[in-house]
Design a protein around this ligand. Structure first.
Ligand SMILES: Nc1ncnc2c1ncn2[C@@H]1O[C@H](COP(=O)(O)OP(=O)(O)OP(=O)(O)O)[C@@H](O)[C@H]1O
Length: 301
C-alpha cells in the first residue's frame, strides 16, 4: 500500500557554505512547507569533514522517504553516492556556485520554485557512473578543465570570476596530454586537450560539453577536445556555450557503456567537480537507472 504524505520523513542535507549563500531563511521556508504538508523532516548540515560517513549513519538510523541536497554539485554528489541502487529518491535545491546536474534535469534554479518539489514532483530513475569505484552522476574530466578545477579548489577565492581567471592563466601554458581509451564501441589513442566522462550535458558554468547526452539511456559519452591552435580557443568556447561543440573539428565523442582510459602521463582527474587522486588506469562502469531523482512534473500536467 502506498504511504500517505503524513507518514513521510524527509531529510534535508544542507551545505552551509555552498554558493556563499546564507541559508537560515531557507530552513524556515522548508520547515513551513513540510509542516503545512504534514511531512516529518530533519536538517543535516555538512561540515566538510567526514560528511559521507555521518550521513550514512543518519540514513541507517531511521526510515527515510526522500533526501534533498541543498547546495551545489559537490553536495549532490555526496548524497547521491549513498543513494545509488537504493529506494530513496534524491531531490535538489540548487544553491551552489555550480549547479550543473540540476540544470541538466530541468530543476528550477529559482529557490522558491525548487522548494515546491518537496510536495509536487515525479520520481524518475537516472543512470550513474562509477569511475575507479567512485560514483559520478554528472561530468568528470581529465586534462585542462580538471587542472583548472584543482587550482580553483586549492585557491582561497570562489565564484565564476575566479574560475575564469585561473582558466585563462592555465590556458596560455597548457600542453595536451596523451591518452589511450578503450570502450565497448571504439578505441582512441592520441593527445587531447581534455577528456570528459559525461553522464550529463553541461558544466555548472553552462558550457555544454555533451549537448545530446541523455541521463537514462544506459550510455555515457567520452568527449574529447583534440589539440587545437591557441587562436581556435575562442571558437571552441563559443561552441561550448551555444550547444554546438559536436560541430567543432576538434571535438570527438564516443558513446559507450564501459571504458578504460590509460592516463599514461598521470594527468589530474576530477569527479563531479571534486579533484580526486590521479590514477594511470581509469575504469568507467555504467549503472543504468540506478538513482531515483525527484523532478518537476511534466509541463502538460
Ligand atoms: N560546513 C562546511 N565548511 C566548509 N566546507 C564545506 C562544508 N560543508 C561542505 N563543505 C565542502 O563544500 C564542497 C561542496 O560544495 P558544493 O559543490 O555543494 O557547493 P559550491 O558552492 O558549488 O562549492 P564549490 O564552489 O566548492 O564548487 C565540498 O568540498 C565539501 O567538502
Amino acid at each position: 500500500m502506498e504511504k500517505t504524505k503524513e507518514e513521510q520523513f524527509y531529510l534535508f542535507v544542507i551545505n552551509p557554505i555552498a554558493g556563499d549563500i546564507e541559508k537560515e531563511d531557507l530552513e524556515e521556508d522548508i520547515a513551513t512547507i513540510c509542516e503545512e504538508k504534514g511531512i516529518a523532516f530533519e536538517f543535516f548540515k555538512t561540515t566538510g569533514e567526514d560528511d559521507k560517513q555521518k550521513l550514512q549513519d543518519k540514513i541507517k538510523s531511521r526510515k527515510v522517504d526522500a533526501i534533498f541536497a541543498v547546495g551545489g554539485d559537490g553536495t549532490v554528489n555526496l548524497v547521491a553516492s549513498l543513494l545509488i541502487k537504493q529506494q530513496i529518491p534524491l531531490g535538489i535545491i540548487p544553491l551552489g556556485s555550480g549547479n550543473g546536474l540540476s540544470k541538466d534535469l530541468d530543476i528550477p534554479q529559482d529557490t522558491e520554485a525548487a522548494l515546491q518539489l518537496i510536495h509536487t514532483h515525479q520520481v524518475i530513475p537516472i543512470d550513474t557512473l562509477e569511475i575507479n569505484g567512485i560514483p559520478s552522476i554528472h561530468l568528470s574530466d581529465l586534462g585542462f578543465n580538471a587542472l583548472v578545477v584543482k587550482r580553483f579548489c586549492e585557491g582561497e577565492t570562489r565564484g565564476p570570476g575566479s574560475y575564469a581567471w585561473i582558466a585563462l592563466q592555465e590556458y596560455l601554458s597548457y600542453e595536451p596530454k596523451h591518452y589511450r581509451i578503450e570502450t565497448d564501441v571504439e578505441n582512441f589513442e592520441g593527445p587531447a586537450f581534455m577528456v570528459t566522462i559525461a553522464n550529463a550535458n553541461a558544466f555548472g558554468s553552462n558550457a555544454s560539453i555533451n549537448p545530446n547526452g541523455v541521463l537514462n539511456d544506459g550510455r555515457f559519452e567520452i568527449c574529447l577536445i583534440e589539440p587545437f591552435p591557441k587562436a581556435a580557443g575562442i571558437g571552441i568556447l563559443y561552441k561550448l556555450y551555444t550547444d554546438s561543440i559536436d560541430s567543432s573539428v576538434f571535438s570527438r565523442r564516443i558513446s559507450c557503456r564501459k571504458a578504460t582510459i590509460y592516463n599514461t602521463q598521470g594527468e589530474v582527474l576530477h569527479i563531479d567537480g571534486e579533484p580526486v587522486a590521479t590514477d594511470k588506469v581509469i575504469d568507467v562502469k555504467m549503472h543504468k537507472e540506478s538513482l531515483l531523482m525527484i523532478l518537476p512534473l511534466p509541463e502538460e500536467q
